[in-house]
Design a protein around this ligand. Structure first.
Ligand code: NAP
Length: 215
């Protein structure tokens, strides 16, 4: 049984970055620490390759006293564009790092210690997400924290794979030209929109932390 949590860290108007891609930091330190605690509760943290390219993240749990194993890192990366110099690849021998692709594994990534999982493609030659979730479950990765960006968030929502949303909302407005937290969902009527029910609201520093479960 898999559990998929979508984490969003946004402005009040649901933006995750400026039009130019600047996203650090929208939420404050307390919210970021809460995200590290969330990571520690999951088997893997998953992002799209555009987030990996834009932010060069480590996606590790960085909490004082955290002694247990790190969650695995997973990058959805059809064409294996993740740079060999990225922090994820450079640390792949320390923390399990998966690249989910639609082509044969790139030998350079494999030689760097990255676990390349090849799955079948759909649509724009992207990994089919239900197959991705099954392939990760076969690796023992059942609890996934999806950390974006907007395109990946939208794909998981479109496939009805999101069980819960952890939404951190900072008291700022970025405006319509900023990057949306959730990309296109191809919804024609409100009745077709994915619905969630709010189960918790907390203040973390200056930010709000809302928790939603699938309705
Ligand atoms: N505020 C925050 O907390 C936060 C968090 C995350 C990201 N961000 C920001 O968000 C921006 C990146 O977001 P983004 O929406 O542009 O990109 P994204 O969702 O990070 O990555 C999208 C890319 O992932 C690949 N992909 C593979 N399988 C996919 C699938 N099934 N569905 C969707 N994409 C798939 C595609 O590239 P291929 O076709 O090459 O595979 C696609 O172009 C950056 O500016 C980053 O800083 C902010």
């Amino acid at each position: 049984m898999h559990v998929i949590t979508l984490k969003l860290a946004t402005s009040l108007d649901g933006r995750i970055a400026t039009a130019g891609g600047e996203s650090r930091w929208i939420t404050g330190e307390a919210a970021r620490e809460a995200v590290h605690r969330l990571r520690a509760q999951h088997d893997a943290v998953l992002v799209g390759v555009e987030t990996a390219l834009a932010d060069d993240p480590e996606l590790t749990v960085r909490l004082a006293g955290h002694a247990s194993a790190q969650p695995a890192r997973v990058v959805l990366d059809s064409r294996q564009r993740l740079p060999l110099t990225s922090k994820l690849v450079v640390t792949a021998r320390e923390v399990p790092t998966y690249v989910v692709a639609t082509a044969e594994p790139d030998p350079a990534l494999v030689a760097a210690g990255v676990l390349v999982v090849q799955v079948r493609a759909v649509g724009e030659d992207r990994p089919e997400l239900k197959t991705v979730v099954q392939a990760l479950a076969a690796e023992g990765l059942n609890r996934l924290l999806v950390e974006g960006g907007g395109q990946v968030a939208a794909s998981f929502l479109r496939c009805e794979l999101v069980d819960a949303i952890e939404w951190f909302r900072a008291p700022m407005l970025i405006g319509g030209e900023g990057r949306p937290a959730v990309g296109a969902l191809a919804i024609a009527a409100l009745a077709d929109a994915p619905h969630f029910r709010r189960t918790e609201v907390r203040e973390v520093g200056d930010d709000l932390w809302e928790r939603y479960e699938r309705g």
